[in-house]
Design a protein around this ligand. Structure first.
Ligand code: PEP
Length: 254
């Protein structure tokens, strides 16, 4: 089934206004020079840059996303950002359940699910992140961990049209280490099978739902990863801070 690849840039806590705008402009220039790209692209800047980067990418075909949202619509949650606030700034996507949020803020699957549901309610597409730690992989628990996280984090009402999953082995994020292509495909196939059991296997369910791989994707390894049958794009951290590298990764989807 044809699933249009999505290349998502997670800028994390990087960039002042000048950096963010320069990066966004460099990507917009490349997108303008492209005739009929074979991928969708979204950039997820830190909250301080969402409005400015949104203005820079508006009308370019590059979408805007947040890196997190609160599970509540609004209220007394000092320092947090609601999904509707992101939508109000032009976001179409929001990352939820990134392993750095799960670690730094002790986010549970149940909280991630609520955040993803808040995103859906605000008209955003959640990019729901799941993935095992190094010790879980070493213990042979990868499949069970990923299955459990998916079951616990997938929002009610998820469909191919409104939700994206990102498989990110925690030990591969920012480390330069990646699983073998066989290991990646094995986990993605498991995720698609689990989605099929829950949402059905057709275009509107598992057959059409995009599953991204994330974890030390670089121009040098993107080609073989993006060619795997159940990989529908990437969630890119470090390499998304360099326009040439991020673009080169996207072009592997051509
Ligand atoms: C990420 O932050 O989601 C990520 C995959 O980071 P990196 O590409 O740097 O490993």
């Amino acid at each position: 089934m044809a699933r249009r690849p999505l290349i998502a840039g997670n800028w994390k806590m990087n960039g002042l206004r000048g950096d963010g705008l320069a990066l966004a402009s460099a990507l917009v220039q490349r997108m303008k020079a492209e005739t009929g790209p074979a991928f969708d692209m979204v950039v997820c800047p830190p909250f301080t840059l969402v409005a400015g980067v949104g203005a820079a990418v508006a009308g370019s075909g590059i979408a805007l996303g947040g890196q997190d949202c609160h599970g509540a619509e609004k209220g007394a949650h000092t320092g947090d950002i609601g999904a509707a606030m992101l939508a109000d700034l032009g976001c179409a996507f929001v990352i939820v359940g990134h392993s750095e949020r799960r670690t730094d803020h002790a986010e549970t699957d149940a909280q991630v699910k609520v955040k993803a549901e808040a995103a859906l309610a605000a008209g955003l597409t959640p990019i729901v992140c799941i993935g095992e730690t190094a010790s879980q992989r070493d213990a042979g628990d990868t499949m069970e961990v990923v299955k459990g996280q998916l079951a616990g984090s997938l929002p009610e009402g998820a469909s191919a049209a409104n939700t994206v999953i990102a498989y990110e082995p925690v030990w591969a994020i920012g480390t330069g280490r990646t699983p073998t292509t066989g290991e990646v495909q094995e986990v993605h196939a498991l995720i698609r099978g689990e989605l099929a059991a829950r949402l059905g296997g057709g275009e509107g369910g598992a057959g059409g739902l995009r599953i991204l791989y994330g974890g030390s994707v670089k121009p040098a390894n993107a080609g073989e990863l993006m060619a795997l049958p159940d990989i529908d794009g990437g969630l890119i951290g470090g390499a998304s801070l360099n326009a040439d590298d991020f673009w080169a990764i996207a072009e592997c989807c051509q």
